[in-house]
Design a protein around this ligand. Structure first.
Ligand SMILES: *[C@@H]1O[C@H](CO)[C@@H](O)[C@H](O)[C@H]1NC(C)=O
Ligand SMILES: [Ca+2]
Ligand SMILES: [Ca+2]
Length: 334
């Protein structure tokens, strides 16, 4: 099943590399605004778990995964690099030191380019979609919320720009990576599985970031302290293709290990601005690559927004992932 494919291929260490269009990360929004959600997943199942095996705990609370077979995979890194989808961020800066080309340091948001008027004053105007670089692969294509396929994110943002100020433009967002396709409806039973798999995945992402974090500061010191506790916990369910029953049981028994990963992901996304709410744009780096593989993504995040204000607040987010009210803590996002 397609739905199982996404998570199990990640968890089995199959290389799934999604590199979004470089245009999203480059130029127009400026390097200071650049946010990289860089998930380095090295979830090569038992290969990584090897050092743990000597210390195999004898307590019976340890949940053994009887269904997991040994997958003969090497330490094959799964990397999901997600650039910024900052369609909503307006940034027009001027640097008075550039004499010759006033556009040189004049940044425009996605979908706009800099032009000078008759007084040699730089200004941002909508980019003509035909000036966007032609897309080379299917994965450069994007599907927008109007279920129209755009050749690239550049084409999408340029088109959205021409609709600026209109209701249609306001409602138009980038929905997911890849050409539009039929996404099967998400039924209740599948919806219930989504947070189980996602929580497990977040925990595994964090643990593998921690394991690889020798020099490249993937995690800050405070985050490392928290992840260290998870990493060193002998009861931790190792990465693998687990059944829903096992994931549910592990969440009950080892609930505390999931609290931080859920908070951490929220903090990674809540960047523009950092205000305790996720906008559609802020959620995009997570949603957009996930939707084509996980057909419950849209319904899941829509339903997280309990008050239907189009923003996902931290408490809505945490509840969605089964975190208890008393454990929701803004200060955990460090
Ligand atoms: C969106 O477009 C795709 C491809 O053209 C089509 O298969 C699918 O049914 C459409 N989805 C909706 C909700 O209209
Ligand atoms: Ca925010
Ligand atoms: Ca809300």
């Amino acid at each position: 099943m397609e739905q199982r494919f996404a998570w199990s291929s990640i968890l089995n260490g199959t290389e799934v590399r999604m590199e979004l269009h470089p245009e999203w990360n480059r130029g127009s929004s400026g390097s200071t605004m650049r946010v990289w959600i860089f998930f380095v997943l090295c979830l090569a199942g038992k290969a990584l778990a090897a050092p743990q095996q000597d210390a195999l705990p004898e307590e019976e609370e340890v949940i053994e995964d009887v269904v997991t077979e040994e997958t003969a995979v090497g330490a094959n890194p799964v990397q999901v690099e997600v650039g910024e989808f900052d369609e909503a961020i307006d940034e027009e800066e001027e640097d008075p030191t550039t004499q010759e080309n006033p556009c040189l340091n004049h940044h425009c948001k996605h979908g706009k380019v800099c032009e000078v008027d008759e007084n040699n004053t730089p200004m941002c105007v909508c980019q003509d979609p035909s000036t966007c670089p032609a897309s080379v692969g299917e994965f450069e294509k994007v599907c927008a919320t109007d279920n129209k396929t755009y050749d690239s994110s550049c084409h999408f943002f340029a088109t959205k720009c021409t609709l600026e100020g209109t209701k249609k433009g306001h409602k138009l967002h980038l929905d997911y990576i890849g050409p539009c396709k039929f996404i099967p409806p998400c039924v209740d039973s599948e919806l219930n599985e989504f947070p189980l798999r996602m929580r497990d995945w977040l925990k595994n992402v964090l643990v593998s970031l921690y394991e690889r974090d020798d020099d490249n500061n993937l995690l800050n010191e405070k985050q490392k302290i928290r992840v260290k506790k998870i990493h060193e916990n002998e009861k931790r369910l190792q990465a693998g293709d687990h059944t829903m029953e096992l994931l549910a049981r592990d969440f009950e028994k080892n609930y505390n290990m999931y609290v931080f990963p859920v908070h951490w992901q929220f903090g990674q996304l809540d960047q523009h601005p950092i205000d305790g709410y996720l906008s559609h744009t802020e959620l995009s780096p997570l949603r957009a690559p996930l939707i084509p593989m996980e057909h419950c993504t849209t319904r899941f995040f829509d339903e997280c927004d309990i008050d239907d204000d189009k923003y996902i607040a931290l408490d809505e987010w945490a509840k969605c992932f089964g975190i208890k009210e008393q454990d929701i803590d803004q200060n955990m996002i460090v």
